[in-house]
Design a protein around this ligand. Structure first.
Ligand code: GLN
Length: 549
């Protein structure tokens, strides 16, 4: 029988509830348990696919092609939990389902209401999200206790836990202990108040995870325990991490969070829980042997979350090589205005991530050109790969009017064009080419050397594609199409094979990179950047030698 952990948040948003949820899964997996994870989001969008990255951060795509909240990225990076379209539900998806059933006549004769119809639907989503064979399902509730929007979700989990009975469900509440420098102390009042909010609606948290800048004293733990009606050993400290979010499982383990959970849920768990792999990872982040700087040239650069998985995947690649990756975040438009010579000088690699629409495209193309002409390692992802193809078509293959029909539908040479099956699509939600597709890697290419396999599954999220009408011309000019989706003959990877790393992919490899298993492409890209930086160091050393002589 599956047991359930509900993770709620209080006081403020952005406390790292997603990371804490993911870390809980890691700790339970370490105790020999099979875990699933789910996120319930109180917003009305059916999924975040139609939201701007500025609004909501990156859209995370699952293997089965769902567009989901970026917290699912944390879940997949940290844990082994199976993540799919049932792993994320929203107010929008719940209401759509209830309204669909109402039209079918499923509630014939009844007035359809938030309680019980919406709350019942939320509960079936929770059952569905707890995948078969799961020992423990961890469910994160988006938003903050006290929000109007999250009320139906909180009511639903209260009912759900009641039905499951004692020992089968538990509540973890993540809160903040703000530090007031004026009085030099950490405050527990907001925590008490947010626990009060939960208790008003009938939820008594079993465990409190307290985010704090400084360590908690025993006195504070006792006080929180007393006022919030939680055992002292269930008051868990989650202090700010020193170097990487991947320290969180180690910190929570040290605090005994897994023991608390095992006890509340009466779980049959193993005791051995070596955290050696995570400890090794922490070391790699804390004591890097060197640093490289990668330019990320995009449209939504002001918001770190907009390219969350990209930055994480680069960091994983770096950790694999025991190197720290510094990001030089460059707005593509800025690059266009101020020129690549100024903005890209000194970087060891250039990455152009995915994107949509006209703004910034010419800046991205300039970045690609600069990388090609300066033999910098280059990695283009989705729109970045499309920019790489346009750049090559314009300046090397000299195809006049080369462009993407996304930006200029009437262009003379749409080297990137809308997929045929996309032409009649009018709905915007969930209608792109989404999810995992197999890609055949061609022998003797850079991609083959990096992957070491001839078939890979990678995740997509786009409407436009490499236009095969220009394939011969581009290949003749030296651009190698090294990965193909054979069922449709679609080009998924393009590269300059003689370069250590000059490669673009139509898919999003960043979704599949994990800290303990860096994605081969990101590992290779960062590796090439490290080599480049050494070459640069060697060149600089030679120069100083020359100068001295
Ligand atoms: N806008 C491009 C397309 O739809 C690329 C999308 C992306 O980068 N995710 O094809």
């Amino acid at each position: 029988m599956t047991k359930f952990i509900f993770v709620t948040g209080g006081v403020v948003s952005s406390l790292g509830k997603g990371i804490t949820t993911a870390a809980i899964a890691v700790l339970l997996e370490k105790r020999g348990l099979r875990v699933s994870i789910q996120k319930l989001d109180p917003y009305i969008n059916v999924d975040p696919g139609t939201m701007s990255p500025f609004e909501h951060g990156e859209v995370y795509v699952t293997e089965d092609g769902a567009e989901t909240d970026l917290d699912l990225g944390h879940y997949e990076r940290f844990s082994q939990a199976p993540i799919n379209r049932y792993s994320n539900a929203t107010t929008g998806s719940i209401y759509s389902e209830v309204i669909r059933k109402e039209r079918l006549g499923a509630y014939l004769g009844k007035t359809v209401q938030v309680i019980p119809h919406i709350t019942d639907e939320i509960q079936s989503a929770i059952e569905q999200g707890a995948q078969r064979g799961t020992d423990v399902a961890v469910i994160e509730i988006g938003g903050t206790a006290g929000d109007i929007e999250s009320l139906p979700f909180l009511e639903a989990i209260r009912q759900f836990a009641l039905k499951k009975g004692k020992g089968n469900a538990c509540f973890v509440h993540l809160t903040l202990l703000p530090y007031l420098s004026a009085s030099g102390e950490m405050k527990t009042k907001p925590t008490q108040q947010s626990v009060g909010k939960l208790r008003e609606i009938g939820i008594q948290p079993d465990i409190l995870v307290c985010r704090c800048e400084r360590p908690m004293t025993q006195e504070m733990r006792d006080k929180i325990s007393l006022f919030c009606n939680v055992q002292p050993e269930d008051v868990i400290q989650e202090a700010d991490v020193e170097t990487t979010i991947y320290e969180v499982p180690l910190d929570l383990k040290r605090e005994g969070l897994d023991d608390s959970l095992v006890q509340h849920l009466q779980l049959e768990a193993t005791t051995s829980a070596s955290m050696e792999d995570w400890e090794d990872l922490r070391q790699r982040f804390a004591n890097p042997e060197g640093e490289v700087e990668i330019a990320v040239v995009g449209k939504y650069i002001e918001l770190h979350d907009a390219y969350k998985s990209i930055y994480e995947a680069l960091a994983h690649g770096g950790a694999g090589h025991r190197h720290k990756v510094r990001f030089r975040k460059i707005a593509a438009e800025d690059l266009f205005d101020r020129g690549p010579e100024r903005l890209l000088d000194g970087v060891h690699g250039v990455l152009v991530p995915g994107g949509f629409g006209e703004r910034g495209l010419e800046g991205k193309i300039l970045a690609v050109r600069y990388a090609r002409e300066h033999e910098l390692p280059f990695f283009g992802i989705c729109f970045g790969m499309q920019a790489m193809v346009i750049e090559y078509a314009r300046h090397v293959a000299v195809i006049e009017g080369a462009h993407t029909s996304e930006v200029d539908p009437g262009c003379k040479a749409p080297v990137i064009d809308l997929m045929r099956e996309q032409r009649d699509v009018t709905d915007k939600g969930g209608t792109m080419r989404l999810g995992a597709y197999p890609c055949r890697i061609l022998d003797g290419t850079r991609a083959a050397a990096i992957y070491g396999r001839d078939m890979v599954l990678e995740r997509h999220r786009h409407r436009w594609e490499f236009n095969n009408d220009y394939k011969r011309k581009l290949e003749k000019a030296g651009l190698r199409c090294s990965g193909i989706y054979e069922a449709r003959g679609l080009v998924e990877i393009a590269e300059l094979s003689e370069r250590p790393f000059y490669l673009g992919v139509q898919y999003h490899p960043e979704y599949k990179s994990k800290p303990l298993q860096p994605h081969p492409l990101f590992a290779a890209f960062v590796g090439a950047a490290i080599d480049y930086s050494r070459g640069e160091t060697a060149a600089a050393a030679a120069q100083t030698l020359e100068a001295e002589a």
